[in-house]
Structure formats: C-alpha cells, structure tokens
Design a protein around this ligand. Sequence first.
Ligand code: ADP
Length: 171
Amino acid sequence: MNMKIELIKGDITKVEADAIVNAANSSLLGGGGVDGAIHRAGGKQILEECIEIRNKQGKCKTGEAVVTTAGNLPAKYVIHTVGPVWNGDEEKESKLLTNCYKNSLKLAESLGVKTIAFPNISTGIYRFPKELAAKIAIHEVKNFKSEIIEKVIFICFDDENAEIYRTLLKE
Ligand code: ADP
C-alpha cells in the first residue's frame, strides 16, 4: 500500500504521530537543533533510554536507527537516526541519508506505527544540501510500501525546507 504523505511547517515536538524521528548524533546523548528540542520537551526519560541503548550496543552508526519511548511528548515513540555530515561526497552521503529513512521506516513498521513524522535530517548542523536531502527523503518514502504505516508527515521547521518540500510534493 502507498502511504499518505503530508507536509507540516512547524515544530516536531508538538506533533501527535505514533512516532517522531530525531536527527540524532552517533553518541545518542543529545545535541543541538531538533535533537536538543526533542530532549528538552520530552524530558529525561528519553536520555535515560538512550544511555541504556549506548551501554548495550555502543554508538549508533550513521544511517542506522534506534527507538525509545517519547517521555512527555505527544508521540508514543522517538526513533533516533544518525544522518550523515555533508562533506561533499554525494554518492556516499546520499546512500547514508537514504538508509536513515529506510531504517526508520522499517523500525516503525516493526513497532506497528501507523503515523510517523520526519524532520529534515542532516540539513541543519550537518549541512546536507536541502534540495538534495528533500529529494532523497521523498523518493524513499514514496518507494516504501507498507501494510502497517498509513501516513508519513514531513515536518519542515525552516522556511527554505518548507518551500522546497511544497514544490517537490506538488510534482
Ligand atoms: P542535523 O545535525 O541532522 O543537521 P539539525 O537538528 O541541526 O540536525 O537540523 C535538522 C533539521 O531540523 C533542520 O532542517 C532544522 O531546521 C530542523 N529543526 C530544528 N529544530 C526543529 C524542531 N523543533 N522541529 C522540527 N525540525 C527542527
């Protein structure tokens, strides 16, 4: 089944999806940007679970995803995925960003998630070109067939991403 795609301009910590995705870093111990916002709004429960995961499996590799509960957030789960830092190796870094979306969707499916919200992974501090990142995100979501996930919401926080997604999703 094709999943429904929605675009929202705003703050992912306010979104009532079954799962929200965090653009984490490999330490899983929190950072700036959307990561900081999720930990601040979600409370210490999320960090405690991240520490437990670290103690079990070590750092989270780029492109992979892990899950915690969502603490005080309206979502049920936070899926933490580590996006690539943009260094200009388009082929390699695009593949890694693809893996973020794919692995997050697979993990969501295994949890029975019906609605999932993604931020614009890697397009902040990690400097991935926004238009290329949006194309990868939309392509991956459109190609992912699921009997479980019904809706994917792209949460665009900054004006530039919102405009890029609006244009690409119209096509
Ligand atoms: P990365 O290190 O993966 O680049 P950032 O958090 O720096 O992660 O940026 C990723 C994207 O998240 C950026 O497009 C930024 O505008 C966006 N962002 C920042 N805060 C929020 C928030 N509260 N909700 C949704 N998106 C956010």
